[in-house]
Ligand binder design. Structure first.
Ligand code: SF4
Length: 161
C-alpha cells in the first residue's frame, strides 16, 4: 500500500485524486456548508457587545453547535469567517491573512452593523472599511448587536440542509 502510494507520488507529483466534473460542480459554497460548518471568528475592532451575543449563541441556552455550527481556532480548518466590528487599520492585514488561509470555497459572515457597513464607528479615524469593502461577504447579519436568535437564524441559512 505504501509502495503503491510512493510510486504514485513520484509518478504524478501529488496524492489527491482529481475531482471529476460532478464533484467540482457540487463544491459550491452552499453545498459545502450544508449540514455542518466550522467558522473562525475574527474581531476586527468591535465594542465587544457582538461577541457577547455570539458567545450566547454557543452557550447551553441557544446551543448553536446542535446544528453542526462550531468555532475553530485555525482559519485553515474553517469553512469561513465570522467577522465582527469595523475593520480597523490594525486589523485589516490580519483579516486578509485569515481570509486567505481559509480553503476555498469559503463563506464570510458579517455579524453586526459595524461589520456590515461600519455602523456607529464608520467616521472613526481608525476605520479601514467595512467587511464588504475588503472581502466578498456571503451573509450580513445587521443589528447593534444582533440577538442570538437573529444570528442563529441567519447562519442556518448557509448551514441548514
Ligand atoms: S454592531 Fe454595535 S454591538 Fe456590534 S460591535 Fe458594532 S457597536 Fe458594538
Amino acid at each position: 500500500m505504501i509502495q503503491q502510494l510512493l510510486r504514485r507520488i513520484i509518478h504524478i507529483g501529488k496524492v489527491a485524486e482529481d475531482l471529476g466534473q460532478l464533484e467540482q460542480s457540487v463544491l459550491t459554497t452552499g453545498a459545502l456548508t450544508k449540514g455542518s460548518i466550522k467558522l473562525r471568528h475574527v474581531d476586527c475592532g468591535s465594542c465587544n457587545a457582538c461577541e457577547v451575543e455570539l458567545s450566547m449563541c454557543f452557550s447551553p441556552s441557544y446551543d448553536l453547535e446542535r446544528y453542526g455550527v462550531s468555532l475553530t481556532a485555525s482559519p485553515r480548518h474553517a469553512d469561513g469567517l465570522l467577522v465582527t466590528g469595523i475593520v480597523t487599520m490594525n486589523m485589516k492585514g490580519p483579516l486578509l491573512d485569515a481570509y486567505n488561509a481559509v480553503p476555498s470555497p469559503k463563506v464570510v459572515i458579517a455579524v453586526g452593523d459595524c461589520a456590515c457597513d461600519g455602523g456607529t464607528f464608520k467616521e472613526s479615524y481608525a476605520y479601514a472599511g467595512s467587511c464588504e469593502d475588503l472581502l466578498e461577504v456571503t451573509l450580513k447579519i445587521p443589528g447593534c448587536p444582533p440577538e442570538p436568535t437573529e444570528i442563529i437564524g441567519a447562519i442556518r441559512r448557509v448551514s441548514a440542509r
